[in-house]
Design a protein around this ligand. Structure first.
Ligand code: ATP
Length: 257
């Protein structure tokens, strides 16, 4: 069994008049410290699967087990980061990043020091007393990431966290996130539409089929790419090779016009 095990997950959304099958037969083991990306056509169920892993949606069948516990039944220590930063506009950056430990009742001197060090690592100095509206989009996403990491989650779910950023900021943030996750050996799942980002950030890329989403193929990212930063990885021949393979596979999934 993996650190995170997705066990025969199926899900269908029901309304009064319709049923939308979203996911079928999702089975996968993810190791501790692994970075996995979910890639696939729009509407194939990637966010639904993240919500099931987070315990926010009860799947119609199957379950997600993290460290031996069903994520839908326990407070499983999962951090969730989205495209929007959802910082509290009326709180300072310091208050925002420490809110998780404060709510959990775990805030102490050591956690505060570690969290502030993380803010430093994210190249955000001198913003502690600022408010979110005074920061750029890229800075706010980094603050959101520090806030997510402050609770020391066992697993991080990242739902297109870089997609609203300009290209340069996105590349910079990918580098920062990747080095932070490697340093702290964090297990993470990234939902993205960017094949390059998936390859440059991950150990494995899971390609989903059209809805109802199934795991269509799993691509292992060569070990030598993982030793590089995402920016460096994008210039490696192995990156281009894998990009072509995934691109062709993704194209074969698109519906005929
Ligand atoms: N609450 C809901 N009620 C009914 N249908 C839903 C609901 N949420 C999602 N769906 C449908 O389930 C399918 C999967 O949605 P989901 O958001 O998981 O896909 P996705 O792969 O994340 O899409 P995208 O890449 O466009 O963000 C879609 O057809 C969507 O319209």
């Amino acid at each position: 069994m993996g650190f995170l095990t997705l066990n025969d997950i199926h899900h269908t959304y029901f309304t009064k008049t319709s049923a939308t099958p979203a996911l079928r037969n999702i089975n996968i083991d993810i190791k501790e410290g692994e970075f996995v990306s979910f890639l696939g056509p729009s509407g194939c169920g990637k966010t639904t699967l993240l919500s099931i892993i987070a315990g926010l949606i009860q799947p119609a069948r199957g379950c997600a087990m993290l460290d031996g516990k069903n994520t839908g039944k326990t407070d499983s220590g999962i951090g969730y980061m989205l495209q929007q930063d959802y910082l509290f506009p009326w709180k300072t950056i310091e208050e925002n990043i420490l809110i998780g430990p404060k709510i959990n009742g775990t805030l102490n001197h050591a956690i505060k020091t570690e969290t502030l060090a993380l803010l430093d690592k994210m190249e955000l100095r001198n913003v502690l007393t600022s408010y979110p509206k005074q920061l750029s989009g890229g800075m706010r996403q980094r603050v959101a990431l520090v806030r997510t990491l402050a609770t020391n989650p066992k697993l991080l779910l990242l739902d297109e966290p870089f997609s609203a950023l300009d290209y340069q900021t996105k590349l910079k943030l990918e580098n920062l996130v990747s080095s932070t996750f490697k340093t702290f050996n964090k297990t993470a799942i990234l939902v993205t539409h960017d094949i390059g980002e998936a390859i440059a950030m991950s150990n494995r890329v899971l390609l989903f089929s059209q809805r109802p989403g199934k795991i269509h193929k799993i691509f292992d990212v060569p070990e030598n790419l993982r030793l590089l930063s995402p920016f460096e990885a994008r210039h490696h021949p192995a990156y281009n090779e894998l990009f072509q393979v995934i691109w062709k596979e993704l194209e074969s999934l698109e519906p005929e016009e």
